[in-house]
Design a protein around this ligand. Sequence first.
Ligand code: HEM
Length: 459
Amino acid sequence: MLTDDAPGAFAERTPQPFSPPHPEPLERMLPWQVLARAMRNPIEAWPRALFEGTSWRPPFPGAPIFLTDPAGVRAAMVDHAEDFPHGALWRRVMHPAWGEGLVTSEGPEWRWQRRAAAPPFRAAQMAALAPRMRAAAEAALARWRTALQPIDIAVETGRIAFDVILDTVLSGGEDFERAQTEARVRAFLGQLEYRRLSYLFLPDRAHRGKHNKPAPEAALLRADVDRMIARRRSAPPRGDLVDLLLGTTDPETGRPMDDALLRDNLLGFILAGHETSAVTLGWALWLTAMHAPTGTRIRAEVEAVTAGAPVDAGHIDALVFTRQVIQETLRLYPPGYQLTRVCMHDTVIDGRAIRAGTRILVPVYALHRHRAHWHAPDAFDPDRFAPGEPQPDRHLYLPFGAGPRICLGAAFAMTELVVILATLARSARFTPLSTPWPVASTSIRPGGGLPMRVSFTAA
Ligand code: HEM
């Protein structure tokens, strides 16, 4: 894992490693050129200092501080998390989409919601959801058998992730017309285009006006979810997240979530969990298709573990290599490529004085490729995460964030991604027809999509 690995070790572990496409850290450029790149694709504007140093501050007044060493990240996100909230600007940017749910809340309001929402997301609950996740993969396989080739796998992983959302967060579609809801969810998510985290260091007025009003589709989606919650209050349980959340209360105070808060949080889970899972699955399929030994190992593992049975939650712990592929995909293309906080009080972090009001950015994408901490940082090597290897510091590898605001849906996402990758890889072969360029937007998307030919192994 670390730079002092024996030089030959990598080649022995993973035959024919390859480095998927990535922008090289920026050397020297004029400020206006950097700005143009930052607006188009922030990771193309990140300088070498972010990938080599311990912190970096762009040379303009009021600039944020980028923390790029694990100690600094831990101090801001874990040890002093109370002093480094998301801040007022985050709330203003996110509120039109997220409402009053836990992502826009801070302090005691956030704490009780988090306590109440946590039990349904525990790993133990995933056994009930795994078959719904596998069904989304099986539906995709059925579609592809008769689809015109080539297929844009980026579009398809969006559909798979949407099916999972529909079946786990939106009552299985009983209350929703699929195509209409997908269009509304797309418009709802599209609002975030204007709210890209990279804009957070612009003045507040950049976030007012027409770009910060909820899309009309968001109101329709809200009304749909309200109707669904009202019906589900008196319907028999169907074992999805809605059931689990309807019955949930704050374990300390017994306070239940009222229907409006439940709706804001369900919509928030769509926002947090749809694109993140879709792009990760897309990149994982592309990386696996580009590196034949990885595909072969996944298929052998799935057959050995499941003995031909459908992939289920009970198999997940034994699908060790498949999980490593997801972990390595999340290292190379973390959807949450940059996290943001605000320093509330003058403070010193790891020897650096930080003034109250300073914006803090944690460039996860750069930490995941930091030259001082990773061996062959740009290469695809799932064996980094093999059980016998030294595991990376959790403040250096943080696809799901760190500290109290760590992703609520991490177990959900890992179950979903492992079950679906295993189910797809055992039946289908993918031949990529292009080399996608990573474009940082609301996640790191494969620019140009993922056109591929899909063929099938004998049943
Ligand atoms: C590959 C998939 C996913 C990735 C990479 C991911 C990543 C993240 C990250 C980095 C954060 C922390 C943000 C911060 O500190 O500012 C976060 C928070 C969150 N995520 Fe995820 N996420 C994923 C899937 C999901 C899913 C499937 C759900 C729900 C169904 C979900 C729900 C949430 C929620 C509710 C929060 C806010 C937690 C809080 O503020 O207390 N995520 N996610």
